[in-house]
Design a protein around this ligand. Structure first.
Ligand code: MLT
Length: 263
């Protein structure tokens, strides 16, 4: 399905009935990365899975796509779908967007799940690398960026078939959208101060072999938010939801099962 939000056409999946769960993908992926969760959740929940602007079948207007812009797109999508509140599940860049959403639209949240992400912003070197990567994609397409980024994404035991499937998703991107998201991520605010102010139930999930946003980051976020929960998933790297879907879904379903969804 698709709808117009904040001047861009967004593609999304809307499946199941019950309390709304919004699954927000990583960079440079698309809603399809949540396929293992869609199947597991849609029996009990209304699962909304967008392709963010710039990715998948959604429009890729001019950037940069700040995390605030992407969070406002999600709020606009919820408006379109008549959903007052949702549990937002964000992985990596999806987590950065979840922080922006929590800052700007906290009344729309029933709960938060931050998977394989971090609260901190980029270092000056990291920001410069984002710009280098944006220019690389604009000049040479996705292949060099895939070769640069993907080797560090997976746990040692992750099957070649899954690595290939993720590589295909990675390569099937438009330069304009990818460069706009890279520049937007470089602009993101530090969310460390926000963490202790989060008032809704919150779960952190991390793959024990995540080299990009390692367990130390997840533990630090968990420690900064009293009452939050942390689940570390073994034999998973950066895409813990795809690498270990059964463990990821169990953590998510247990968390959702204990929520009240009132109000
Ligand atoms: C992601 O998976 O969304 C990216 O690794 C995030 C990032 O580049 O910081």
């Amino acid at each position: 399905m698709q709808t117009q939000v904040n001047g861009a056409t967004l593609h999304y999946t809307d499946q199941g009935h019950g309390p709304a769960v919004l699954l927000v993908h990583a960079f440079p992926m698309r809603g399809a990365m949540w396929q293992p969760q869609l199947a597991a959740l849609a029996d009990h929940y209304r699962v909304i899975v967008p392709d963010l602007r710039g990715f998948g079948q959604s429009d890729a207007p001019a950037g940069p796509y700040t995390m605030e812009t992407l969070a406002d797109d999600l709020a606009g999508l919820l408006d379109r779908l008549g959903i007052a509140r949702a549990v937002l599940v964000g992985l990596s860049m999806g987590g950065y967007i979840a922080f922006a959403f929590a800052r700007r639209h906290s009344a729309r949240l029933h709960g938060l799940v931050f998977a394989d992400t971090r609260a901190g912003t980029d270092t000056p070197e990291g920001k410069a690398a984002r710009e280098t990567n944006a220019q690389l994609v604009e000049s040479s397409g996705m292949l060099p960026l895939a070769d640069k980024m993907l080797p560090s994404w997976f746990a040692a035991a992750t099957a070649p078939e899954l690595r290939d499937a993720v590589r295909s998703l990675f390569l099937d991107n438009r330069a304009q959208g990818v460069a706009a998201a890279l520049r937007g991520m470089a602009l993101r605010a530090d969310a460390s101060e926000l963490l202790p102010q989060i008032k809704v139930p919150t779960l952190f999930i991390v793959g024990t072999e995540d080299a990009l946003t390692p367990p130390s980051e997840a533990r630090a976020m968990h420690n900064a938010l009293p009452g939050s929960r942390l689940v570390e998933i073994s034999a998973a790297g950066h895409l813990s939801n795809m690498e270990q879907p059964a463990a990821f879904n169990a953590a998510l379903l247990e968390f959702l099962g204990e929520m009240s969804f009132e109000g």
